[in-house]
Write a protein that binds this ligand. Structure first.
Ligand SMILES: *Cc1c(COP(=O)(O)O)cnc(C)c1O
Length: 434
């Protein structure tokens, strides 16, 4: 490493041992990083082609007010999303408050009383438990007479095809698959694997809607679940596809009918996609999508770097240092609470925003243990920005993701290790003798 760069890291509180250890880890990751760059290059072209095809122009960055009738920027953006995901249509709106909201309108818009929904990747994301009514919640799908069933993944993390076949009935209207593991100790699902499940479900009954919770998975691979027949892919714009610039929002891409049904739930029956002013968000949605493949690559490099850095120190990391990636989330199991705390404090200390704040574990609504969260983000709550959190309970694992640039992700991870060392939880000689 160049002397002046070395000096800079030291000024920012990173010791020589951590710098050298990080460099040695990185030395072995060249091929992995090349592969990530290749995927980003492919996806960058995919996005550019979609923008060119739809003749994105300066006028599309103008927003609308009021009802938002004939908002060309909004409508063209939706056409661009549909082309990126190779779907018939898309709903991409500032009125979608978060990923959970996008999933909610996709579900409520497409399900009717008496219908049955089956999650075939085990328990869905925490917030969806309330939406579906797995956990009794006011206004849930269960209250509207939608019945829920669940098929667990097999112990090796793959789909239980036999179980799926036995669970589907006449009433099954929609099958849900969650691509990312979220906060569960299972592997994330690859797009091809999801494709096999889609084909299997469709072979049982063609008209079953397959919806994929695509959160954290966008642009990690060259294909998306919609390339393999999923009827709906749904996600958040303050994660991968917003590229760090989208200040809010969510998307639903899929078949014309499924997207239209969702739009009637977001807006009103009859009005649907016709209304919904974009105010001033169009430019950031376009520019964020444009940057998203590269931002996702930065986050992925950070995840791979961290996995290898902590794995070599003897900690369990999920995914491990060498396996393929299907989302941007990385878990590190410390096995002791201070590991989680020091890690998060290091991530926070490396942030461009609020680096002077020291996060502490806290009781949060909806969690059964205290949780610590680190985020120094430009967009509040954006988890495509470098962020980490962990519940204060065994196995004392921290989940982290994001990084708008690889250099920030790298610095944040180095800082997390430094924080553990400064706290006395990792001895420096462990770095030297690996
Ligand atoms: C983030 C996420 C969601 C939605 O979360 P929001 O916080 O509502 O944006 C849903 N599913 C998965 C797998 C997620 O990672």
């Amino acid at each position: 490493m160049k002397e002046d760069l070395y000096k800079y890291y030291k000024e920012l509180g990173i010791s020589k041992e951590v710098i050298d250890y990080s460099s040695s880890i990185l030395g072995d990751l060249k091929e992995r990083f090349d592969k990530i760059d290749e995927t980003a290059e492919y996806n960058q072209l995919k996005v550019i082609r979609a923008m060119q095809k739809n003749q994105v122009s300066e006028m599309h960055f103008e927003g609308s007010t009021g009802y938002g009738y004939t908002d060309a920027g909004r409508d063209t953006l939706e056409a661009v999303f549909a082309d990126v995901f190779h779907t018939e249509d898309a709903l991409v709106r500032a009125q979608i408050a978060c990923g959970t909201h996008a999933l909610t309108i996709a579900l409520f818009g497409n399900l009717r009383p008496g219908d049955e929904i089956i999650s075939i990747s085990g328990k869905p994301y925490d917030t969806l438990e309330g939406v579906i009514g797995i956990r009794e919640t006011k206004g849930s799908l269960a209250e509207y007479g939608v019945c829920y069933k669940q098929v667990e993944l097999l112990s090796d993390g793959s789909f239980d095809f036999e179980g799926i076949k036995n669970t589907i009935t006449e009433k099954t209207k929609l099958v849900e698959i969650q691509r990312s593991k979220g906060y569960l100790p299972r592997p994330s699902l690859g797009v091809k694997e999801i494709g096999e499940a889609v084909r299997f479900v469709k072979s049982i009954r063609e008209d079953i809607i397959v919806m994929v919770d695509n959160c954290y998975g966008e642009f990690v691979e060259e294909d998306e679940p919609s390339d393999f027949g999923a009827d709906l892919v749904v996600g958040s714009l303050i994660k991968n596809p917003g590229g760090g610039l989208a200040p809010l929002g969510g998307y639903i891409a899929g078949t014309k009918e499924c997207v239209e049904n969702a739009s009637y739930r977001l807006m009103t029956p009859g009005l649907g996609k016709e209304v919904g002013a974009s105010l001033n968000v169009n430019r950031s949605f376009y520019q964020g999508l444009f940057l998203a493949p590269v931002v996702t690559a930065a986050a992925l490099k950070g995840a791979v770097f961290a996995a290898n850095l902590y794995e070599r120190l003897g900690f369990r990391v999920v995914p491990n240092g060498s396996e393929p990636r299907h989302d941007i989330i990385q878990a590190v199991e410390f096995g002791f609470p201070e590991g989680v705390i020091k890690f998060c404090q290091g991530i926070q200390a490396a942030a461009p925003v609020d680096s002077h704040v020291v996060p502490e574990p806290w009781a949060m609504p909806g969690y059964d243990a205290d949780v610590i969260m680190a985020a120094g983000a430009f967009i509040s709550g954006a988890s495509i920005e470098l962020s980490a959190d962990g519940p204060m309970k065994p196995p004392y694992a921290v989940y982290f993701q994001g990084g708008l640039t690889w250099y920030h992700a790298k610095f944040g991870i180095m800082k997390s290790l430094q924080s553990l060392i400064d706290g006395g939880y990792i001895k420096t000689d462990r770095l030297i003798n690996v």
